[in-house]
Design a protein around this ligand. Structure first.
Ligand code: GTP
Ligand code: MG
Length: 370
């Protein structure tokens, strides 16, 4: 379904979010700044502001994909995308590293790995899980919010010697806002001061009732350091994934989200992309946020060059003309002309919004100077 957040709509019209909210209220729609509204409501708002709406940009891309509708028969099972969240230093990255060591594929490849913050682990059973790491430091709220949005399941890491801390609570909130199930990994149980019962009690206060207390939240006691119960955690993830019955159509054009993007010496702009639908192929022309490019190379999480990447695959994409932002959408389009058109439109919108902001800045300065 086509939709847009209130903030995004305000940005595109270069007006204040509060004004859009007021306008929506007049139309009888109660929405907060981050809430999604559908294309028809957006159109009403746009007309109210005296603009003519052409369904360009995002909507345009989607229109370009009409006829590409997924039916039951072209939807097939895909690996779950799991985001690891939790308070700083509770052991998220250590746990991921430990889980990666169980990866039979990386074992075969001699453990040559490349850290891209997103990996796919293949288990001995053949099952696959895609993991995304997030930072626990309080400064990275936006990254956590994005992490919760692109995922199917959140693994909440809580150190058994520290318990529920501010960013643990924040992670719970992000997961709830994104309506994503939570599996708790009670980590560092090897420590003498570990108290997993205390953690369970604290979880209760945040309405996460673990199985042993009569609820339905899976909580696994693990140690990333001593590699304890990692298989149990993987089993819990696969069990949850089975319930979610995750599917995607690999037969359409690649579409996904930018996890991170940066300029790299000798490689140009490199984006780590999570493919969510379809299959992304070398040679594909794409738009990522306000940038575009042609896929020159795809690099998997083992540093190997691959020809294509299907649903739930994290992959590094080379061949961008500029550097998109984390959280930007990523979609293959029919040709370069189309890619330039969409990217150009988005860049223009960004510039206009920025100019309006700066203008307002100077007006405010004028008033405060008086
Ligand atoms: P941020 O990304 O900064 O939020 O931290 P993090 O959650 O990724 O924690 P990280 O994996 O970096 O681990 C923090 C510290 O805890 C390191 O010193 C780890 O060695 C230690 N640690 C992680 N897991 C365990 C564990 O199971 N037992 C013990 N004893 N120490 C652990
Ligand atoms: Mg970390």
């Amino acid at each position: 379904p086509e939709s847009i957040t209130v903030q995004e709509l305000a940005n595109r019209m270069a007006v204040r979010g509060a004004d859009v909210i007021k306008c929506l209220m007049r139309l009888g729609v109660m929405a907060s700044i981050n809430q999604n509204i559908d294309a028809d409501t957006a159109e009403l708002v746009v007309t109210e502001f005296g603009h003519n709406m052409k369904r360009v940009s995002e909507a345009d891309v989607l229109v370009g994909l009409e006829g590409d509708v997924d039916t039951d028969e072209n939807l097939i099972s895909r690996p779950p995308v799991v985001t690891i969240m939790g308070h700083v230093d509770h052991g998220k990255t250590s746990l991921l590293d430990a889980l990666r060591e169980t990866d039979v594929v990386s074992g075969e490849a001699g453990g040559i790995t490349q850290h891209i913050g997103a990996y796919q682990v293949t288990m001995s059973t053949g099952g696959k899980i895609t993991f995304i790491d997030t930072p626990g430091h309080e400064a990275f709220t936006a990254m956590r919010a994005r992490g919760a949005k692109v995922t199917d399941i959140v693994v909440l890491v809580v150190a058994a010697d520290d318990g529920i801390m501010p960013q643990t609570v924040e992670a719970i909130r992000h997961a709830r806002a994104a309506q994503v199930p939570i599996i708790v990994a009670i980590n560092k149980i090897d420590k003498p001061e570990a108290n997993s019962n205390k953690v369970r009690q604290e979880l209760l206060q945040h309405e996460l009732v673990t199985e042993d207390l009569g609820g339905d939240v899976l909580a696994i006691e693990v140690s990333a350091k001593k590699r304890l119960n990692l298989e149990k955690l993987e089993e819990a993830i696969l069990l949850q994934a089975e319930i979610l019955d995750l599917k995607a159509n690999p037969e359409r054009v690649g579409q996904g989200v930018v996890i991170e993007a940066k300029m790299e010496k000798g490689r140009g702009s490199v984006a780590t992309v999570l493919v969510q639908k379809g299959t992304l192929k070398v040679g594909d022309v794409f738009v990522a946020g306000a940038e575009w490019g042609r896929v020159r190379a795809l690099v998997d999480d083992h540093g190997a060059s691959i020809k294509e990447a299907g649903p739930s695959t994290p992959v590094e994409v080379l061949g961008l003309q500029g550097t998109p932002s984390a959280g930007d959408d990523f979609i293959a389009v029919e040709d370069e002309a189309r890619a330039r058109e969409i990217a150009g439109y988005r860049q223009r919108m960004d510039r206009e919004a920025k100019a309006k902001l700066e203008q307002r800045g100077t007006l405010e300065e004028m008033f405060t100077a008086i």
